[in-house]
Ligand binder design. Structure first.
Ligand code: HEM
Length: 326
């Protein structure tokens, strides 16, 4: 009797955890609290991208970038503060971890307005709405045994199949041998506006000039922390370069769902410029503020007003900053 009651109760709990998630408001503070809870509540670090390296460099626009956008960063070279990171809130995460995104945050600075991108090593994010992200995180919080409920995770994934796309994409590819050896995507659809008021919808991709991946054998032989040393050695030889490429939208491409890809190979593209990472910066340069990809954009470029995953990033990053600064 007791046994069947508890079975029923746990089935009900599981069902409530894994129901397909509808679009609705989700509190950024609640999401950030869960991000910390999932990764072990480490103090003084970011809720995501907790392990990372602060960098300096420059962005040089392509000669015709201004035909797409009147942003000052597409008119002349500007200095850049940037940060490579590992996804998640664990500052001790192994650099070998799969399927975890590598992150790249950057502030291209100009007195008329910074241009900030916070991008990942996959073309998709894991959830399409904040409410879905809340549930995605809830099922991943470790229980008293220190482990998340594997069945709840499986059931949630079955009910919300698009939330598995990022991990599937990463699992199908080798682990990058370097933070600078992989491409990064801004995942959201941006609108570029030129001086004549003409607009272009595009997704943005940072294409690494010097791609490098590890075979399974090579990965096994690596220590848990090798990205920081690799980067120092690489930058001693010269800057690490990325082309900023705009992937131009066709009329039916989804612009409000960061779990959906566009068929990149079939899309027209335009190179907007080259980002050169030149050296390492003290952590303090990156830690004093957030890289806010929503608010910190100049005239001539805007994020999607109707993608709920875009807007919520600003308050979420602010909650994380206030928590890690106290
Ligand atoms: C949708 C696409 C997203 C991408 C590509 C992305 C990527 C990243 C990256 C690369 C970082 C590390 C930044 C750094 O080095 O300072 C980061 C930090 C963070 N992300 Fe996201 N993220 C996304 C969405 C979200 C969403 C929807 C939330 C929460 C609602 C979120 C919450 C956070 C938080 C709280 C931080 C820490 C910010 C800080 O303390 O400075 N992210 N994200």
């Amino acid at each position: 009797m007791i046994r069947s009651f508890s079975l029923l109760a746990s089935t009900a709990v599981l069902a409530s955890l894994v129901a397909p998630v509808q679009a609705e408001e989700a509190d950024p503070g609640a999401i950030v609290a869960l991000q910390f809870a999932v990764s072990g509540d480490h103090k003084g670090v970011r809720a995501s991208g907790a392990k990372g390296v602060c960098l300096k460099g420059s962005f040089t626009p392509a000669p015709d970038a201004a035909t797409l956008s009147k942003a000052p960063q597409f008119a002349k070279p500007v200095p850049v503060t940037a940060r490579f990171s590992m996804g998640g809130g664990n500052p001790k995460i192994s650099d070998k971890t799969k399927p975890t995104t590598r992150g790249f945050a950057m502030r291209m600075m100009d007195p008329a307005g910074d241009m900030t991108f916070v991008v990942i090593s996959a073309p998709v994010f894991s959830t399409k709405t904040p409410a879905q992200l809340l549930e995605f995180l809830k099922v991943r919080v470790p229980g008293p045994d220190g482990k998340p409920n594997a069945e709840a995770i499986k059931a949630f994934a079955a009910q919300n199949p698009e939330t598995g796309r990022q991990a599937a994409w990463l699992n199908a590819r080798p682990v990058p041998a370097s933070f600078a050896g992989t491409d990064y995507w801004a995942v959201h659809a941006y609108t570029l506006t030129n001086a004549r008021g003409e607009t272009t919808k595009a997704k943005l991709k940072f294409v690494a000039a010097d791609k490098a991946t590890l075979s399974d054998e090579e990965l096994k032989a690596k220590p848990d922390a090798f990205y920081a040393d690799e980067l120092k050695e690489r930058l001693a030889r010269g800057p690490a370069r990325f082309d900023l490429v705009a992937i131009l939208a066709e009329p039916d491409d989804p612009t409000t769902d960061v779990t959906a890809t566009w068929p990149e190979d079939e899309r027209r593209t335009k190179t907007l410029g080259t980002l050169a990472i030149a050296g390492i910066e003290p952590d303090a340069t990156c830690d004093a503020a957030t890289f806010d990809p929503v608010v910190d954009l100049p005239v001539g470029i805007a994020g999607p007003a109707d993608d709920p995953m875009f807007a919520i990033r600003s308050p979420a990053y602010a909650v994380s900053l206030s928590r890690r600064s106290n």
